[in-house]
Design a protein. Structure first.
Length: 201
């Protein structure tokens, strides 16, 4: 089992590093281009993020399959492996459609976001399975659980910030409400990287 997990280090590290850079570019894009304003700026950071997200989820596909094989005896892990695989493939396909101009951003962004959230749920579920089966290191399982706990907190904070922006016309409230979401979003590639860096049990 240790040998099998070590074989996943390549895609885990590649996906984690690529995802962290993509998230950094996305945050910088919002700071520099301010796309929510009436006069958004132009920046290479947005297209660079789109390319990196595609590469991040391409690397995630073998990681999902590999962890699924390691935990094939766990029924819940098998279910979540299918969910994680579908989510990763969907992001890859949708990002490719965006980059080739075959699907506009306004149609692509919602299914990509939902697929990314499904991928985070997969990370939490497979971390729980890794704890049950003794497959994943404790640090990985703890971070995976933190992602799942953080998702509803982030959704609630963003919803509250968006409501304050709409009702009380506080333009920065939605951005403040999105900070927990940005943290959770970044925790996912950090989890992927940790899978590759931590020593197997």
């Amino acid at each position: 089992m240790k040998t099998d997990l070590l074989r996943l280090r390549g895609p885990a590290v590649a996906g984690g590093v690529t995802g962290l850079i993509a998230d950094a570019f996305l945050i910088l894009f919002y700071v520099v281009a301010r796309p929510w304003t009436d006069d958004p700026g132009d920046s290479w950071l947005g297209p660079a993020n789109d390319v990196l997200v595609l590469l991040q989820y391409l690397a995630l596909v073998p990681l999902v399959l590999g962890l699924g094989r390691l935990m094939a005896g766990d029924a819940r892990a098998r279910i979540w492996t299918r969910i994680g695989l579908v989510a990763a493939v969907l992001v890859v396909v949708l990002q490719a459609l965006l980059l080739t101009g075959l699907m506009p951003f306004e149609y692509q962004v919602v299914p990509v976001s939902l697929s990314a959230v499904a991928g985070m749920c997969w990370a939490g579920a497979i971390s729980a399975a890794g704890a049950r089966t003794g497959t994943l290191p404790a640090a990985v399982t703890r971070l995976g659980r933190a992602i799942v706990i953080g998702l509803p907190v982030a959704a609630g904070a963003f919803g509250a910030g968006f409501l304050v922006t709409v009702v009380f016309d506080v333009p920065w409230a939605w951005a403040a409400g999105g900070i927990p979401g940005a943290v959770v979003w970044t925790m996912f590639p950090a989890w992927t990287l940790l899978v590759g860096l931590r020593r197997p049990r």
